[in-house]
Design a protein around this ligand. Structure first.
Ligand SMILES: Nc1ncnc2c1ncn2[C@@H]1O[C@H](COP(=O)(O)OP(=O)(O)OP(=O)(O)O)[C@@H](O)[C@H]1O
Ligand SMILES: [Mg+2]
Length: 1045
């Protein structure tokens, strides 16, 4: 279990439940000792007692927030953060709405405590832009409300003059979403009057000290507090309070909450109007009728007010100085006396201010309210004015103390009475603890038929003269014997001399002490009436905000019904508050004021003793000690903790109670720690509960791990199974496929084998029918078929018969390639033969001559190529036609082979002379061209050989046989233009006649035989030769050079 050290310091126990001996004295001493040690917080169970240190202590740092956030309630020193943390966790984790009730006298530190709780919750709840904005708005509502609702009193420099209950709303994660503020009865009488030494509401001083010159001018205000009637009744400045800085902080806070600049201005304008109303002075005057009437003494202030609110000054003056009275159907305007006028003015100021305050709270609520409709958890923080006992207590104190009485009642009911009753109800053994039950006092005040408030309302509504005296008399009659009521009359009746009780007063014995109330003003304040003329005047103003504060001023909505009284309103709002608080889980912070002088660390035992007494702390400790810290129905208890025992987890079959018994038996807590009621289980010490919670948390962590483990296992298993299934499916398909393939292959092989085998068997069977020559026969047959097809194809596709066409269809079969080539050449030769056969004899002879020329000269003499295209005409002279050649023709005797002109080279000079040459089948004749007289006639048998050059000249040497018919004339050197034809024809003729071929020399050098001896002829290629034929140059007697080209 937790470290108990901070709780068990004998001298200054942190939890008064552990106090020994338990007496008022020891309790007081403990508080004092702890206070001396600056331990201002002490527990009674889970109730926190806070003693105001009146100095700032270093216990509210962010580190402390963290420390309390992470530890549990009893492990650390008592602190307000601990109770805030406990409430927040319970709200977040157990889904229980919480309320934090902060009680104590004025100045005991309630407001500070509420701010600490709020700031703690803000600090530990989650963060985020939106959440932070909400938190900031909630926190910043404090400076604004404090400026308008707090004032310095004799007891507290920052006393809350209104009650505040704030619901902070959270979502399921514990993030703040927004909130709602409810306010209770602002002490508005302070506007017009306050005791010396006190101040009006802070805002007035803040505005004058902190407002810029421009702002003040705009609001028509002066900086001097003393100038204003409502402020100059007491001290204006406060040591340790910087009004100007607070004003700036308030303005900043308004901005954060979301006030627009126009709203702030309107708010300050109305505030200024209230302040200025106090300066409207009235003076008395007498009317013509002699009646006293009041009028505005100094119109300037009224003028300025009217400028600020946009109203006709005359209308406001009339509303302040006169009153419209309705009598039957008539309306009469009656003038007011000066006191009546002042009363009206003050009532107006108070009403404007209190309605402005309500508007302010509503405006803040619109900013902080939760927009979405999701389910919320609520933490309410109640900071209501503390119990007040003044020298002179009026209606406000009565109301405030009534409220405190009710809160004390809640405390008593929840912690003392209900608890004890529950023990009895549940059959737990219990010795009752005596305590003071204040319901009798509550009843005295609020009883709807005979309570003080009911009497007051009755008195207010009663027709006729109403005043406080009749009211007091009524009370005296009603409560003559009431233990908690006293007045001069009742005391007299009881024959008790009490000088402290003046007339027009009554005294109530509150739980926190006796308070004497002066009834003066009770009726007026309870009625809280504002002359209709004034509300109508305010409604008539153009100032939108001010106008909206007085809806009843609308003449259309005139109602004769009296508005509910202040007392009635307060009672019903307190009743609603109580209902709200009852529905939540309460957490108490009981604030104690240690001294009356606001001094740091001063502890006045007597003062504290009184508070200890009326707060009922001793009884609280007693009940707590004897009682049980925790209780819960068996069902929810078992549900929450059943995982702590294997016998109840995961399901318990029996009854809830048996389950709880079994569970707790397993956990082995000491017997005295537990009690089993009829429907609930009771646990004595919080430590046992904390231990249970700790075990539960550990167990939950284990269970979560187990569930995670199981889920992960399950997920993996199913995943694995799925994979396995898939794998089996895939392999089945794969195997099937492989087997099918294998089967196909085997089948194919088997078929091949079968075919072979069958073939082999068939061949063996049929072998005897086979002929050995069948194959060659077949081959032959096929061969012949192919040849036949080839030849038939060829016959169809024979190329054209033109000799020049050498095309031939390609051979279809390779093996017929040679035959094809052979056929191709046969076909070609055949084509040529056919061509030759159809040639005429002359053409034939011509071609034979050409052929002969070709055989003789092709590739041997350059001239040959030139002669190819020249046709061999044989007769170049026109021998038959020309009569000149008659003689020659006669010589030839029709056997002319060729007739031409040649030039004969002179053997002596080398010059040439033209001669006619005639070749017949028997002779070669050279004749004179002019006479055609044959000069030389050579028998063909005389010609031995012929020499020609290699070149393209027409030079030729006719070598004669040594013995020829012409005698020893020697060789002839001739130049012919048709040398090729001449030699070819000579060759043909010679061959035809003599049967001998002509000997032809194609050479560059040869010798000729002349009668004067041999001459060697050298052929020289020279350009000099020209186109006219070779030039023969005789070089000496035996040499001749023939220049050819
Ligand atoms: N925890 C604290 N630490 C330091 N000073 C504190 C603390 N609580 C209260 N005080 C001082 O006591 C003063 C009065 O406290 P607070 O205003 O909270 O009293 P209250 O109980 O709200 O009184 P009232 O009923 O008049 O509003 C504060 O202004 C502050 O100076
Ligand atoms: Mg306060």
């Amino acid at each position: 279990m937790e470290d108990a050290a901070p709780l068990l310091d004998a001298e200054a126990v942190a939890d008064l439940v552990l106090l020994d001996p338990l007496t008022e004295e020891s309790l007081l001493q403990t508080l004092q000792e702890r206070f001396r040690r600056r331990d201002i917080y002490t527990y009674i169970g889970n109730v926190v007692i806070s003693v105001n240190p009146y100095q700032s202590l270093p216990i509210y740092t962010p580190e402390k927030v963290q420390e309390y956030h992470e530890c549990n309630f009893f492990a650390v020193k008592p602190h307000i953060y601990a109770i805030a943390d406990d409430a927040y966790r319970s709200l977040r984790d157990r889904d229980r709405d919480q309320c934090i009730l902060i009680t104590g006298e004025s100045g005991a530190g309630k407001t500070e405590a509420s701010k600490l709780v709020m700031s703690y919750v803000a600090a530990v709840s989650s963060k985020g832009e939106e959440v932070n904005k909400v938190k900031e708005q909630l926190l910043q509502s404090n400076p604004v409300l404090e400026a308008f609702g707090n004032a310095k009193t004799a007891r507290n420099d920052n006393s809350s003059r209104f009650g505040k209950y704030m619901d902070v709303e959270f979502d399921f994660k514990g993030e703040p979403l927004g909130g709602v503020i409810s306010n209770y009865l602002l002490e508005k009488s302070r506007i017009v009057r306050h005791v010396k030494g006190e101040r009006n509401f802070h805002i007035f001083y803040q505005l004058l000290a902190g407002g810029s010159a421009q702002l003040l001018q705009q609001l028509k205000l002066r900086q001097d507090c003393g100038h204003y009637g409502y402020l100059n009744q007491g001290t204006s400045s406060l040591p340790g309070m910087d009004d100007a800085a607070n004003f700036r902080a308030m303005q900043d806070a308004m901005k954060v909450i979301g006030f627009s600049a126009a709203e702030v201005t309107a708010l300050l304008e109305v505030t200024a109007v209230v302040l200025k109303l106090g300066n409207v002075q009235l003076s008395s005057s007498f009317q013509a009728s002699g009646m006293e009437a009041c009028s505005i003494a100094e119109p300037r202030e009224l003028q300025e007010i009217c400028e600020l609110i946009g109203l006709d000054p005359g209308a406001l003056e009339q509303a302040l100085c006169s009153r419209t009275v309705k009598a039957r159907d008539e309306t009469v305007l009656t003038t007011l006396t000066v006191p009546q006028g002042y009363y009206g003015r003050d009532a107006l100021a108070k009403n404007i201010y209190s309605r402005l305050f309500d508007w302010l709270v509503n405006r803040i609520n619109t900013s902080i309210q939760v927009k979405s409709g999701e389910q919320r958890k609520v933490m309410g923080v109640l900071d209501i004015y503390g119990f007040e006992i003044f020298q002179d207590n009026g209606f406000e104190q009565f109301i405030i103390n009534y409220c405190n009485e009710k809160l004390q009642q809640i405390f008593i009911l929840m912690t003392l009475k209900e608890e004890q009753e529950e023990y009895v109800r549940e059959g737990i053994q219990w010795t009752p603890v005596e305590f003071f039950d204040n319901s009798i006092i509550c009843n005295l005040i609020e009883n709807s038929t005979s309570g003080i408030l009911a009497m007051l309302d009755e008195e207010c509504l009663r027709p006729g003269v109403v005043n406080e005296d009749t009211f007091l008399t009524k009370l005296n009659q009603l409560f003559a014997t009431h233990k908690h009521y006293e007045s001069k009359e009742t005391q007299n009746a009881r024959r008790v001399m009490d000088t402290s009780l003046p007339a027009r007063c009554f005294r109530i014995h509150h739980y926190a002490g006796k308070v004497t109330y002066n009834v003066t003003g009770f009726i007026e304040k309870n009625n809280d009436l504002l002359f209709r003329d004034l509300s109508q005047a305010m409604w008539a103003a153009r100032h939108a905000l001010l106008r909206s504060l007085f809806p009843e001023g609308d003449p259309q909505k005139v109602s004769l019904k009296l508005p509910p009284t202040a007392g009635f309103q307060f009672k019903s709002s307190v009743a609603m508050l109580m209902k709200n608080l009852y529905s939540k889980n309460p957490n108490y912070i009981r604030c104690i004021k240690p001294n009356d002088t606001k001094s740091a660390m001063v502890f006045t035992p007597e003062l504290v003793r009184a508070q200890v007494r009326y707060l009922g702390l001793l009884e609280n400790v007693r009940v707590r000690r004897a009682g049980y810290a925790f209780r819960q129905l068996y069902g929810p208890f078992l549900q929450r903790y059943k995982m702590l025992s294997p016998r109840t987890w995961p399901r318990w079959a029996g009854s809830d109670r048996e389950g709880a018994e079994v569970l707790l038996a397993d956990l082995a807590y000491p017997k005295e720690e537990l009690a089993f009621g009829h429907t609930k289980i009771f646990i004595r010490s919080p430590r046992t509960l904390f231990d249970l919670e700790r075990r539960r948390q550990e167990r939950v962590a284990q269970l979560v791990t187990l569930i995670q483990k199981m889920v992960r296992g399950w997920r993996c298993r199913t995943q694995y199974q799925l994979m396995r299934k898939s794998q089996i499916l895939i392999s089945a398909w794969f195997r099937g496929h492989a087997q099918k393939n294998r089967y196909k292959q085997m089948k194919r092989s088997a078929l091949i084998l079968q075919a072979y085998a069958r073939g082999w068997k068939a061949r063996r069977r049929y072998r005897r029918y086979f002929r050995t020559s069948a194959s060659s026969f077949l081959a032959n047959f096929i061969y012949r078929r192919l040849v036949c097809r080839y030849l038939l194809g060829l016959a169809k596709n024979l190329p054209p018969l033109s000799v020049l066409d050498r095309t031939w269809p390609p051979a279809p079969y390779k093996f017929l390639g040679d035959a094809d080539q052979e056929l191709k050449s046969i076909f070609y030769r055949w084509k040529c033969k056919k061509y030759r056969d159809q040639l005429p004899p002359s053409r034939r002879a011509q071609l034979q001559a050409k052929l002969c020329a070709s055989e003789l000269f092709k590739d041997k003499k350059t001239l040959y190529s030139k002669s190819v295209q020249q046709p061999f005409r044989s007769d170049y002279l026109g021998l038959k036609q020309n009569p000149k050649y008659q003689k020659l023709h006669a010589v030839a005797k029709d056997k002319v082979v060729m007739a031409d002109t040649v030039r004969k080279v002179n053997r002596a000079s080398g010059k040439t002379v033209p001669r006619l040459l005639l070749l017949t089948t028997e002779h070669l004749v050279l004749a004179d061209p002019k006479t055609a007289q044959p000069k030389t006639v050579l028998g063909l048998g005389d010609i031995h050989s012929v020499s020609v050059t290699r070149f393209s000249d027409g030079f030729l040497v006719l070598h004669l046989k040594e013995v020829s018919t012409v005698g020893a004339k020697g060789d002839f050197l001739l130049v012919s233009d048709h040398l090729i034809e001449l030699v070819a024809r000579l060759h043909q003729t010679l061959e035809a006649t003599t049967g001998q071929a002509l000997t032809l020399h194609i050479t560059d050098k040869f010798s000729t035989r002349f009668p004067k001896g041999d001459v060697s002829v050298t052929v020289v290629e020279s350009p000099k030769a020209g186109p006219d034929g070779p030039i023969c140059k005789k070089k000496g007697s035996h040499k001749m050079e023939v220049l050819v080209h």
